[in-house]
Structures are given as structure tokens and as C-alpha cells.
Design a protein around this ligand. Structure first.
Ligand code: SF4
Length: 460
């Protein structure tokens, strides 16, 4: 509060046209927007973005953040003063409505409109295509990180720190000084260390996020409830190789408490958790409920800058089939909308054999039916499923997929998305192969009676 009053006294704020009495009233709560101009730097603190995640075809920001505009770029920072978004402003920037985002694991992702908004939406269910700075399974989009303007925007953020350091040594309002100090402390070295710190405190690398996390712009707080998975299939590039092993309640509560400290001020900008890792559903009702409730309370999601709360986890066909109704009743009663993503991969025995996934076609069919049933019965739960897609898979893979996702359903259902995961190494596959895979994807998407999208594997 003292900081806020000092702003009124200084009248540094650009809104200083208002009478002092009205400024005092407006400053009487902590989150008042403040704007400053220093030569060609425009700085705005406490900007308010949307409180709800939505799918829109223009740049949108969520929660509260700070912004520094230069003639070349818009830099946006989270409440810890860490760089989160960069958007180029010059002619050389690939597209005025595209931007870079830095994840909490310190990866840069370029959000592209692709060849058109509608084609990107058709492929991934979002208006923007996340282009990753590391190898993944994408069959759409180019590599914006080869673009000079994009590369120089990432470098220019580091150059900005030098300018900011000069400002902090001058006579400026305390709240601005506090923010700029946070920014200068969050240099590239600190951000790298913080990403290691995140993985250390949860006790693992997050090789993959559920595809449904796209609904919250991939901004999830990860809490690991179990390591490993049941099958360790040969084809899988994200497996840990460990057998399935649940964590203890003590470990889970320890992670949540440390995560609260880690996210610090920016915790207010989150309302979603990912219960990792690859088959959290198998951890059972008691552990899931324990983790979800404690995360909700300790992270104080009720006070989040964002409305509602979301919970994401992976499951396997075994864990979906063997989970009793009580588990889904328990999840449905939590203060979260829950998304459970199940790896089914194929309904064709020859393909399962090629993938060396040790489950049967009967299990895939049973898990698929359970998914439909849960989606009909539980309002706050959506079970989604993954299938593999590749140019060298056995002939019946596609027909068995259509049999499940079309012939088993009497009409189109909007709940229960199907994600198609291309078996591809983005660096080695040629353009023609990708084009052919996209053509086949469009064919099966048209036939499927469930929302069908491409799964872009992202890590955290
Ligand atoms: S596909 Fe799923 S079950 Fe198989 S190895 Fe990968 S994570 Fe484990």
C-alpha cells in the first residue's frame, strides 16, 4: 500500500491528468494500472488481460502482467518480472498478429497463424499453431526460429535489460523500481536455473503435456502423482522407461508447497494443474483427490486472476477400464473441470503389434466405450483419446479407426476429442510426406463423429 501512495505523491503516472483526490481513490487497491514513458520505452504495470481462456484469432493475454514497448517489440512480463511474451512491431516481423512465448521450463514457442486461421483451427482446434524450438512431431508449420527477426527479438530482450538497469539507478517511483529490479534479476542465466529448479522440485522432467492443456494456453502447474507407465511401448518417444510407481502423499504435498514458493507472485495467474506423469489415472481415486484438493487450496485458486479451475491428466486403457465409477464421481465433485487423455493408439491388432503396445483390440474398444459413457454421465469430466498416425502403418489401421470413431456413433458428439499423433521426426520427414499425412488426416477428420485434431507433443 505504501508503494501505491508514493505513486500518487509522485504523480509520475501518465494518468496524472486526474485530480489528486481521484488518483488517491484509484490507488487505494493494489492492482492499479500504471504507465510510464522514458524516451522510446513505454512501461505499463499491472495490465489486465482476459480472466477467461478463449479461442480467438488475435493476440490475447490472460491474468495480470507488465509490458515494455520499444519501437521494435512489445515485451510482456509475468508478475515475477520474468519475460513471457515478445511480439515484433517492425516490417520484418513475420506477421503482426504472431508472437513468441517463453514457458516456465524456459522454452521459446512461436505462435503462428499458419497459412490461414481456419486451416490451423481445423488441424489443432486453436487459431494459433505453437511452433516449438525443439524437435517434436509437428507435420504443420515451418521453423520461425530460422527467421532473423524472430532470432533478433529473443536477443533484443537481453539487450533491453541493460537499458532497464540504467533506469533503476534513477529517481523513479518505488513500484516501478521494484518491477524493473525483478526484470533485471530474471536474466537468461536465472531463467535457465529456474527451469532446472522446477524439474528438481517436482522430481522429474515433463516430456509431454496432455493435448487438452491447449484449452488453458498450456499454462499448467505440474504436480507429479506417479512416475512411469504400465506398458513402456517400444514406439513411444516420451516414455521414461520406468515401471509405474505412485508417489507418497508426503511427496505430493511437499511438491505443492515448494511449487507455491516457486511460482510466487505469478501464482495468481494460474488456475490449472497437470497431475503427472504418464498414467496419473492409475494412481487411483484417493491420491488424485488428495493432490487435486491440496493443490486447489494451497495454490489458492479461488483467488486466481483467472476464472474457474482446470485439471489435466493422462490415463491408460487399463486404468480407464479398471477405474470404478466412484473415481469419476469423486473427480466430478472437485472444483475443477477435468480432462483425462487416454493413449489408445490403434484399434487394429497388426498396428498394435508394430507399435509393440501390449494391449488388445478388445481393450481399446472397451476403453473407447468407457470414454463415451463417462463423457455422457459426468458434466465436469471430458475423456479424450490419442491415436497414432503414420505413413508406414498396417493397412487396417485407418479403417479400424473409422469403425470406432464413426460407425460406433449415431451422430456427432462435441465432447470427447480425438487426437492424432503423427509418428514423425519433424527434422527428418520431407515436405511431400507431411503433405500426404495432412491429406489423410483431413479425410479421417471428416469421417470421425468426434472432434478430431492433430496432437502436437509439447514438453514443460
Ligand atoms: S504410449 Fe503411453 S503407455 Fe506406452 S510408453 Fe508411452 S506413455 Fe507409456
Amino acid at each position: 500500500m505504501n508503494e501505491v501512495c508514493s505513486i500518487c505523491a509522485f504523480l509520475y503516472c501518465l494518468n496524472a491528468k486526474s485530480p489528486l483526490s481521484s488518483l488517491l481513490t484509484e490507488h487505494s487497491y493494489l492492482y492499479r494500472m500504471e504507465s510510464y514513458q522514458f524516451d522510446n520505452l513505454s512501461i505499463t504495470l499491472n495490465k489486465e488481460g482476459s480472466r477467461e481462456f478463449s479461442k480467438v484469432s488475435y493476440p490475447i493475454r490472460y491474468g495480470r502482467f507488465a509490458e515494455i514497448k520499444t519501437p521494435d517489440c512489445i515485451f510482456q512480463f509475468n508478475l515475477n518480472g520474468e519475460i513471457k511474451f515478445i511480439q515484433g512491431r517492425g516490417q520484418s516481423w513475420p506477421h503482426p498478429a504472431e508472437w513468441l512465448k517463453r514457458t516456465v521450463a524456459n522454452d521459446w514457442i512461436y505462435f503462428s497463424i499458419g497459412s490461414s486461421y481456419s486451416s490451423v483451427y481445423g488441424f489443432i482446434g486453436e487459431y494459433y499453431l505453437p511452433c516449438l524450438s525443439y524437435p517434436s512431431n509437428s507435420i504443420i508449420g515451418g521453423n520461425p526460429f530460422e527467421d532473423n527477426a524472430v532470432r533478433s527479438a529473443i536477443k533484443s530482450w537481453q539487450q533491453l535489460l541493460t537499458k532497464i538497469k540504467v533506469l533503476t539507478s534513477g529517481f523513479i517511483p518505488q513500484s516501478l523500481k521494484n518491477f524493473l529490479s525483478l526484470v533485471t534479476e530474471s536474466n537468461t542465466r536465472t531463467l535457465t536455473l529456474r527451469s532446472h529448479n522446477l524439474h528438481d522440485l517436482i522430481g522429474g522432467q515433463l516430456t509431454v503435456l496432455p493435448p487438452d492443456t491447449r484449452h488453458v494456453d498450456y499454462d499448467v502447474i505440474p504436480v507429479i502423482v506417479a512416475d512411469g507407465c504400465l506398458y513402456n511401448c517400444e514406439f513411444c518417444r516420451v516414455k521414461s522407461g520406468q515401471d509405474f510407481a505412485p508417489r507418497t502423499k508426503k511427496n505430493i504435498i511437499g511438491q505443492i508447497k515448494k511449487l507455491k514458493e516457486f511460482y510466487a507472485r505469478d501464482l495468481r495467474n494460474y488456475n490449472a494443474i497437470f497431475l503427472g506423469q504418464l498414467d496419473a489415472l492409475c494412481a487411483g481415486s484417493e491420491l488424485l483427490e488428495f493432490a487435486a484438493i491440496n493443490a486447489y487450496e494451497i495454490f489458492e485458486f479461488e483467488r486466481s486472476n483467472l476464472r474457474d479451475a482446470h485439471l489435466f491428466l493422462f490415463g491408460s486403457p487399463d486404468s480407464l477400464i479398471n477405474s470404478e465409477d466412484a473415481l469419476f464421481e469423486s473427480l466430478n465433485s472437485l472444483p475443477f473441470s477435468t480432462y483425462i487423455n487416454i493413449g489408445l493408439e490403434s484399434a487394429d491388432p497388426a498396428t498394435l503389434a508394430v507399435l509393440k503396445k501390449p494391449i488388445t483390440v478388445e481393450m481399446v474398444g472397451e476403453a473407447f466405450s468407457r470414454m463415451l459413457d463417462i463423457n455422457r454421465r459426468y458434466e465436469k469430466i471430458e475423456v479424450t483419446a490419442n491415436f497414432i498416425f503414420g505413413d508406414n502403418l498396417p493397412q487396417n489401421h485407418i479403417s479400424s479407426f473409422v469403425e470406432l470413431t464413426r460407425n460406433r456413433l449415431d451422430s456427432f458428439y462435441s465432447k470427447g476429442a480425438i487426437y492424432i499423433s503423427p509418428l514423425i521426426n519433424g527434422e527428418t520427414k520431407d515436405v511431400e510426406t507431411k503433405r500426404e499425412m495432412l491429406r489423410k488426416f483431413n479425410e479421417v477428420k471428416t469421417l470421425s463423429r468426434l472432434p478430431t485434431f492433430i496432437y502436437l507433443i509439447q514438453r514443460l
